[in-house]
Design a protein around this ligand. Structure first.
Ligand code: GLN
Length: 487
């Protein structure tokens, strides 16, 4: 296995969709070798020998970790992220690093020093958005360059790319998978996410990377994990779940927005119908604060960014403007001015403003209150009690549900050409359906549902849309079970 070649080829592949096709063969050969390694001796785990790509904001020790930012160009982390160590320990092979929106900020994977990640070509030759910010990881999986990939999901960054490229994108509960070694964007929301072709591969990777990590202060302790496992066992015993697999599926009315494209709405309805045919029950419910979630997210995430990215000043971290002396008082401004992209700067400015004395009450504190309401809405909807909350509110919709099903994105992937004239604020609205689960810290998975059979589908459109499965905190089991029922 020539890891070095694969890495560099792999990365550039993601920057150039044309070359990707030619290189498919050489990467397939490496894949063959990987499987061969797995076949020799007993497999270490279910993912032994699997080739896994890693988003370039997750530290690896062999390759540079750049976050697709000029300020970190050539940066080599002195240590790998816990998730990368765990993957290797399970016998997986790291395929290389994948392109992304700078520091994870964006929804189309176009804010990158390496250029835009390109999704499949349409029949008329135009390319589509791969979704963001883990678009490189999604395209690597969708095009078969690796078996699966790691991404990060702060407000939807694995679910949206998964929806746009027709694969699975899974965001675990906050704190289940260690964040040690991920370059922070918004710590209170950042999670490691998994991209794969099917849910069983995503599950196998999740099993390999989850677990307590003392180096991550927000990692869920072992005792809480056992309590959650116990809670799930009790539910299984009570419901006879598995024998009579009838699940209560919640449908939040607020997700049925006027902006939903007809193809997406139809796929959502057909999926619900399919579940009903399998014996599951469908329940309408209300998550009233959904409408405020997006605004709250775009206050909280930039506020945390403005603090996290202060360390890239050319002294503590980052490539400094070499023409200037260390003591020069324009060093910081010039280093950051040249090293950070437009979107990142915009977020730092927005965040610094919402944390300022003049704005903190109206913006930051209000957003935190909205976040609590979003969490409460979800919590009231689920039958399973929240394992981390002592006092359950108990109010809310009846009957309580086991899982919530929504679309992942309101529309099909936009064309790159249409993004050029779009204000960045417009791209924020793309995250409308994914940020609520992020604010609540609960598990969510996007899976592709075919629209190929629908009437009047544009020939240039993709053949699937993303459907999102959301469950109570710690209930990844329900998320995967539901995904299997739909797949
Ligand atoms: N598009 C969202 C943002 O730009 C989400 C990104 C993410 O989850 N990393 O913040």
């Amino acid at each position: 296995r020539d890891e070095g070649t694969l890495i560099s080829e792999h990365t550039s592949n993601l920057r150039d969709a044309d070359k990707r096709r030619d290189r498919g063969t050489s990467i397939k050969e490496s894949l063959g070798k990987a499987y061969l390694i797995a076949l020799i001796g007993t497999p270490k785990s279910a993912i032994d020998g699997c080739l896994i790509a890693v988003k370039d904001n997750i530290c690896t020790s062999e390759e540079p970790t750049t976050c697709a930012s000029a300020i970190l160009k050539g940066f080599h982390s002195p240590y790998p992220a816990t998730v990368v160590e765990k993957l290797k320990h399970a016998g997986a092979l790291i395929a290389g690093k994948t392109n992304l929106d700078e520091f994870g900020m964006g929804s189309d994977s176009i804010n990158s020093i390496y250029g835009a990640v390109k999704n499949s070509y349409t029949q008329d030759g135009g390319s589509l958005s791969a979704g963001g910010s883990s678009g490189g990881s999604a395209v690597a999986v969708a095009t078969g360059q690796c078996d699966a990939a790691l991404g990060t999901d702060t407000g939807g960054s694995v679910r949206l790319p998964a929806a746009y490229t027709g694969i699975i994108g899974f965001k675990p509960s906050y704190g289940m998978v260690s964040r040690w070694g991920i370059v922070a964007y918004a710590n209170s929301l950042d999670t490691i996410g998994i991209l794969a072709k099917d849910s069983s591969m995503a599950r196998n990777i999740f099993d390999a990377v989850e677990g307590f990590d003392s180096r991550d202060p927000t990692s869920i302790p072992v005792s809480t994990r056992s309590r959650i496992a116990q809670q799930l066992l009790e539910r299984k015993a009570k419901q006879g779940w598995g024998d009579t697999p009838s699940v209560r599926v919640g449908v939040p009315t607020e997700y049925n927005t006027a902006e939903l494209q007809p193809e997406v709405r139809r796929a959502w309805l057909e999926t619900l119908q399919g579940l009903r045919n399998q014996g599951h029950t469908i329940h309408m419910l209300s998550l009233a604060t959904t409408k405020m979630a997006l605004s709250a997210y775009y206050v909280i995430a930039p506020a945390e960014t403005s603090s996290n990215l202060a360390k890239y000043d050319g002294v503590r971290y980052g490539n400094k403007n070499s023409a200037l002396e260390r003591a020069d008082n324009v060093l910081f401004a010039s280093t950051r001015g040249a090293g950070l992209g437009e979107e990142v700067k915009r977020r730092i400015l927005l965040g610094s403003y919402s944390l300022s004395a003049a704005a903190i009450d109206n913006y930051f504190k209000t957003a935190q209150k909205v976040r609590r309401l979003v969490q409460r809405d979800f919590n009231n909807a689920f039958a399973l009690s929240h394992p981390l909350l002592k006092h359950q509110d108990g109010s809310g919709s009846e009957p309580k549900v086991d899982v919530i099903l929504t679309p992942t994105a309101q529309s099909l992937p936009p064309r790159h050409s249409s993004l050029k004239n779009k204000a960045s604020i417009d791209s924020y609205s793309v995250d409308f359906l994914t940020v609520p689960a992020s604010l609540a810290g609960i598990p969510a998975l996007s899976l592709p549902v075919s629209i190929a059979g629908q009437d009047g589908i544009d020939q240039n459109a993709p053949t699937s849309v993303g459907i999102q499965v959301i469950a109570q905190y710690g209930d990844e089991e329900m998320v995967f079970a539901m995904a299997r029922s739909i797949e």
